[in-house]
Design a protein around this ligand. Structure first.
Ligand code: HEC
Length: 464
């Protein structure tokens, strides 16, 4: 008894001593026990949660981060990219609005990585090590219900110029069904700049031969109707209508893009037994070496019927609202443009996708209600062409009838902008037609998806 008491007393004094020796912890100072930071306890879980979804085979990250050894090999770079907030990539200002899948490391996590690297990457107790996550290779999401491959691969010419193509990805399945979302998986990730595609659906009672015909068309100046006939898109029975049903923008891809999927009462597309994805615009950036591309499309089915189909609109370039002032960016200038629209119906906003090209600098969208209240939508303080997410809100954002959406984009056409494609700077515009999608032309677009508002939408959890 007596001994025990003395022991307790001793420990008490001892801990007071230790405590008084330690620096006075202020509230915002991070109190980290450097010796205890290890892969198994701290760093492994951070990497597996925030990095491995991309840094694994088949995904966009240029090397794997699937094990302790993978991380040790890249330790100094990992410290650098996390300290500078370059990785994980999340261009949206997380102090302005939050979205699903937000990958932003906390101050503590960044500090832990730094200390761990400086301490020569201790592994810690191997029994406590986190399990390497198991992924399906070939999709960001898991095993798709259907994979549609192109009929032939595309040979990218090594002539240093952009290429714009139209590609057909036909399919045939056993019976009509419903899809949740589709995922375009680029093969030459570094070269594919964007993809926009429609879903074509054939009436089973009509005649068609879409499985034959041209599947890749390179001349984007050709008449679309001619291209479609060469691709055997029209019905062959001479009845009206001549063309099958087309659902626009079902396939979409930009660097860093991950397709949104919504809870079961929202979204979905009819998927007929006979059909094709028609990528009416697939853009390859310039390459100096000849390469072969065999990208594919993953399709994910859904079991629930379609109740509230998602509608997509775009403001700015090619969109429903005009850009002011006129979209011309003179050399050696930093210039801000605006576009806006007023809603004629109340909507539940689901996702937003800001789009600019190389000289984009900042992007900001917000809405103002008729009573003057402001609703923040998205702010990007440092635009990066490489990360053009489709940002999905955690809950639908209700925008009343009469609310105006304002979008501001600033472009830096000076030689201080290291992404400027021209040196010395030149006048940059949006070009015309498909040419405007060239990386060296600019675009200022705000794409958003919504469903007409219904009572209680604000409470729906959009997280998958
Ligand atoms: C959304 C996908 C994605 C996520 C998430 C991601 N990365 Fe990356 N990472 C990439 C891509 C793509 C590149 C190559 C392109 C580039 O450098 O911009 C890259 C490049 C890097 C590089 C090399 C940079 C260089 O200059 O060579 C490092 C190091 C890195 N990532 C570490 C990380 C770490 C650490 C995390 C998590 C904390 C992470 N990444 C999360 C996609 C991702």
């Amino acid at each position: 008894m007596k001994i025990q008491k003395t022991k307790k007393y001793f420990y008490l004094i001892f801990s007071i001593l230790i405590y008084s020796c330690a620096p006075n912890p202020s509230t915002d100072e991070i109190n980290l026990n450097a010796d205890k930071i290890s892969w198994s306890q701290n760093i492994g879980p951070i990497i597996f949660k925030n990095c491995t979804p991309c840094h694994r085979p088949g995904e966009s990250g240029p090397f794997n981060l699937l094990s302790y050894y993978d991380a040790v090999k890249k330790a100094r770079l990992i410290k650098f990219v996390t300290q500078t907030n370059y990785m994980p990539p999340w261009p949206a200002d997380a102090s302005y609005t939050h979205f699903i899948g937000e990958t932003v490391l906390t101050k503590t996590e960044k500090e832990q990585i730094k200390i761990w690297v400086e301490n020569n990457c201790p592994r810690g107790d191997s029994l406590l090590e986190p399990k390497t996550p198991i992924y399906y290779i070939g999709s960001y999401f898991g095993k798709p219900d259907l994979v549609i491959r192109a009929q032939k691969s595309y040979s990218i010419k090594g002539n240093g110029t952009d290429a714009f193509l139209i590609m057909k990805f036909p399919y045939q399945i056993e019976k009509d069904t419903i899809i949740d979302f589709v995922e375009f998986v680029p093969n030459q990730r570094k070269l594919i700049h964007h993809v926009n595609g429609h879903l074509i659906s054939y009436d089973n009672n009509r005649k068609f031969n879409y499985l034959s015909g041209e599947s890749i068309h390179e001349d984007t100046k050709a008449q679309l109707l001619d291209v479609y006939s060469q691709m055997h898109i029209p019905y062959t029975d001479k009845l009206q209508p001549q063309f099958p049903t087309l659902t626009p923008n079902v396939v979409y891809y930009l660097p860093g893009y991950i397709p949104p999927s919504y809870p079961k009462e929202i979204g979905g597309y009819k998927f007929k037994k006979n059909g094709a994805f028609l990528l009416n615009n697939i853009h390859y950036g310039p390459s100096n070496t000849g390469l072969s591309d065999s990208s594919y499309i993953n399709v994910f089915y859904r079991k629930s019927p379609i109740k509230r189909p998602v509608i997509e609109k775009q403001l700015g370039t090619f969109g429903i609202s005009k850009i002011e002032p006129e979209f011309i960016i003179p050399p050696n200038q930093v210039k801000t443009f605006r576009t806006q629209t007023t809603l004629s119906q109340p909507i539940s906003l689901l996702s937003v996708n800001p789009h600019m090209h190389l000289i984009g600098k900042t992007f900001w969208a917000f809405a103002i209600k008729q009573n003057g209240d402001t609703i923040p939508l998205i702010k990007i303080n440092k635009w990066d062409f490489r990360w053009q997410y489709y940002y999905t809100y955690k809950h639908p954002v209700k925008l009343d009838k009469g609310t105006t959406i304002f979008v501001y984009g600033t472009f830096d056409n000076t030689n201080k902008n290291s992404n400027n494609p021209f040196s010395p700077p030149q006048t940059i515009t949006q070009g015309n037609g498909v040419e405007s999608m060239k990386t060296t032309e600019e675009m200022f677009q705000f794409i958003f998806t919504y469903v007409p508002y219904k009572e209680g939408d604000e409470l729906i959890n959009l997280e998958r």
